[in-house]
Design a protein around this ligand. Structure first.
Ligand code: AMP
Length: 397
């Protein structure tokens, strides 16, 4: 799947036009209404500033949390409007509704280069149902639709997909970058192309493995999911996390890797703990000697070395999922070692969103990576090669 031919904000005339811009302002907000992490908003600023500088009448739409189709002050976008006003140095009004009278009045009064933020689109029942009537109402506010919410392109909702049926459409700079970097890796990667997969479960990553196995030169598997593969190879894995219903699948994947001459690497040693606790008793053991009453919670030092060597000289690296329970100091070492090796490799490095992005950030390696995807589920589906409804609907060049 490639979306290289999608129109971008630079391919569309916005001067004096009412532009409906879908952003992903789904930010964490504490009980006092303070935004805990503004990253998602900051990442949208490039497109917002471009549209304002090009004299659009800007109407921004976003969701926040899961208010399930009704108004709930807890999910109001008020803190986002206040933050935007501050960083843009101009008034960003928040409408009291989404497609109601208040919004219509504000939109009517908008001058070129002015902006309104609509209240949380998920306050409306039609949004998540991708209800055509709601999509049409939303579309009727504007002349042009631009989507820059990569985090939601895998969802077919009114504001991410339905609305594009009624308006000329394009994607913003954030989505453009995601398409360019991840699309290049999936279609024409600089080789050797190495995928590193980790995290808790094989079942979450089956789609990614199946798609990547046809494309990569090396597949490295760490984290909790590695124990299903070890078990499938006949190792005793103690109390390590394992999906016993996925053992056949693990065997198939390893056979497929062999058939396609893809180097398949799993941990040779492990940091195991007696209990699933941050301060549990720890041992380092080879993969064929995991004690019965211990569980693998990180890769071991020999594996850190093995994975790091495998990454040397890589052309492209796609990484999704931590190598261990990185949230706990005692089990962050494997993820840290791999982050260092990825940074040192000089490869084009792409980090899938969600937990992987959180791990890289926590360990202080964000600036060393070529691209950290802004969408967890969306980047996973992109790597699976699936059609993304929010991108499908955007006009082609
Ligand atoms: P995912 O969202 O699938 O990428 O999984 C991320 C989660 O996997 C993190 O919260 C890690 O703590 C967890 N994880 C990584 N390695 C292990 C392991 N060996 N055992 C249990 N959980 C793990």
């Amino acid at each position: 799947m490639n979306y290289f031919n999608k129109k971008t904000v630079e391919d569309i005339d916005v001067l004096g036009k009412k532009v409906l811009l879908r952003c992903d302002f789904n930010v964490p907000i504490d009980e006092n209404g303070n935004i805990e992490d503004t990253k998602r908003i900051d990442e949208s600023l490039k497109t917002i500033r471009y549209l304002l500088l090009n004299n659009a009448k800007l109407i921004i739409v976003s969701h926040l949390g899961r208010p399930k189709g009704e108004y709930n002050v807890k999910y109001s976008l008020k803190p986002v409007a206040e933050y935007l006003s501050k960083v843009l140095g101009m008034e960003v009004r928040l409408s009291r509704d989404v497609v109601g009278e208040d919004t219509k009045k504000i939109v009517k009064s908008l001058k070129n280069g002015e902006v309104v933020l609509l209240e949380n689109v998920r306050f409306c029942k039609g949004e998540e149902k991708n209800d055509p009537e709601f999509s049409e109402k939303l579309a009727s506010l504007a002349d042009v639709y631009i989507n820059d919410a990569f985090g939601t392109v895998h969802r077919a909702h009114s504001s991410t997909a339905g609305v594009a049926k009624y308006l000329p459409s394009a994607c913003g700079f954030l989505i453009k970058k995601e398409i360019e970097v991840m699309g290049k890796a999936m279609n024409d990667p600089k080789r050797p192309f190495i995928a590193i997969l980790g995290g808790a479960k094989v079942s979450d990553k089956i789609g990614v493995i199946n798609n990547l196995i046809d494309k990569v030169d090396t597949l490295i598997v760490g984290g909790g999911m590695a124990y299903t593969f070890m078990n499938a190879l006949g190792y005793s894995i103690g109390n390590s996390i394992c999906e016993t219903d996925k053992l056949d699948l693990a065997v198939d994947i390893m056979a497929k890797a062999k058939e396609k001459s893809v180097k398949f690497i799993i941990p040779i040693d492990n940091k195991v703990g007696k209990e699933y606790k941050p301060d549990t008793e720890i041992k380092i053991v080879n993969s064929d000697s995991i004690p019965e009453d211990y569980m693998g919670l990180d890769i071991g030092p020999k594996t850190e070395e093995l994975f790091s060597q495998a990454l040397e000289g890589a052309g492209t690296i796609v990484w999704n999922g931590p190598m261990g329970v990185f949230e706990w100091k005692n089990f962050e070492s494997g993820t840290l070692a791999v982050a260092k090796a990825v940074a040192k490799s000089g490869a084009v490095s792409i980090i899938g969103g969600g937990d992987s992005a959180a791990a890289i950030e926590k360990l202080g390696f964000s600036s060393k990576m070529t691209h950290i995807s802004t969408g967890g589920g969306a980047s996973l589906e992109f790597l699976e090669g699936r059609e993304l409804p929010g991108l499908e609907v955007i006009d082609n060049k």
